[in-house]
Design a protein around this ligand. Structure first.
Ligand code: NAP
Length: 320
């Protein structure tokens, strides 16, 4: 079978399509025939070994895919060959025609969601859920600013927050992004490249500020976020690509909390709850992943360039 392999850390060109041995599931494992593979920014950080977090070489990248179960190990119960599934984490890597998973890493993909949408679920939706509900404790009746709402995590956060009954303000840098953010359920949308857009957040909340900010680019926004935050507000830092100097008094003045978010640190029990909610959200139509572009698996390097550029709306997906 064909897989993308990384044999040295570096730029997108280190992603090579190779022929590798077919996979066989161990006793507790599930073998999935991938129909679509999700590309996440973290895949690029691991590929370039940012912060020395790169996996042991050589490896097949990716944690997200969707497809059909091809075979299961002898101890696996409740999943069988022919089932449509989405994958959240793998044993063998997702950028491939086949993926080996532990049973806990496969989740039912309802018939109303396409394989491309299934490949767009795991990291974006699980992160948005973990940030909004487990870390920031967003509640119905509260307000949330999804600061960077047009990407994979942002669109997921808009849909999840709206379904839970929060007032949702989203931001995007392009007209197409802003249109999509409104279509996906935000009550209001703003341009994060406009000069005084955070003053608008204060106006939209009757001078109070928002209860929760989900922050996709903390190194640019964290200091100014406090001006748009309500008393006792919570800022969940999801995305960050550098350093920033902030005045801690701004947090003191509002009894505010800055919360780090890493999906990687969600507990096994939290992950069970997250995926239970996501499967039901897909089934009832409240969660509808948006696909920006589908590319052939062989164009993984192009996908890695695209995912690090602004302006894509929703997810970039590879098709094996
Ligand atoms: P993505 O699809 O590339 O989306 C990036 C988003 O950031 C877009 O909405 C983009 O909007 C927005 N953005 C650009 N400039 C901005 C600015 N000045 N202020 C606010 N937003 C801005 O990426 P993603 O998959 O949604 O991930 C978002 C970030 O979260 C990435 O840095 C990723 O590494 C991180 N992440 C972290 C975790 C975790 O566990 N902590 C998990 C998943 C992702 P425009 O393109 O419209 O300008």
């Amino acid at each position: 079978m064909k897989a993308i392999r990384v044999s040295e850390y570096g730029g997108p060109s280190v992603l090579k399509l190779e022929e590798v041995s077919a996979l066989k599931p161990g006793p507790t494992q599930v073998l999935v025939r991938n129909h679509a593979v999700g590309v996440n920014p973290v895949d690029t950080y691991l590929r370039s070994n940012t912060d020395n977090r790169g996996p042991k070489l050589p490896y097949t990248p990716g944690s997200d895919s969707a497809g059909v179960v091809e075979a299961v190990g002898e101890s696996v119960k409740g999943v069988k060959a022919g089932d449509r599934v989405y994958v959240g984490g793998t044993v063998s890597g997702a950028y491939a025609e086949q993926t080996l998973c532990e049973q806990t890493q496969v989740h039912a993909l309802p018939g109303n969601a396409s394989f491309a949408q299934g490949a767009a679920v795991n990291v974006p939706y699980a992160t948005a859920f973990h940030a909004l509900f487990h870390r920031a404790h967003g509640e119905s009746g509260e307000s949330v600013l999804v600061h960077g709402a047009s990407g994979g995590v942002g669109i997921a956060a808009v849909q999840l927050a709206r379904a839970r009954g929060l007032t949702v303000i989203g931001t995007a840098g392009t007209d197409k992004g802003r249109r999509t953010v409104l279509e996906q359920g935000a009550h209001y949308v703003l341009d994060h490249n406009a000069p005084s857009y955070l003053a608008e957040v204060v106006k939209l909340t009757n001078g109070q500020g928002v209860d929760v900010i989900l922050e996709m680019l903390a190194n640019v926004n964290l200091q100014k976020d406090f001006g748009a935050l309500a008393m006792r507000g919570r800022i969940a830092v999801i995305g960050n690509r550098g350093n920033i100097e902030i005045n801690p008094r701004l947090a003191m003045n509002k009894n505010a909390a800055i919360l780090g978010v890493a999906l990687f640190h969600a507990s096994p029990a939290q992950l069970v709850g997250i995926h239970g909610a996501l499967v039901e959200g897909l089934r009832n139509g409240s969660l509808r992943p948006v696909i920006h572009e589908e590319l052939p698996l062989a164009q993984a390097s192009k996908a890695h360039e695209a995912v690090m550029q602004n302006g894509h709306v929703g997810k970039i997906v590879l098709v094996p």
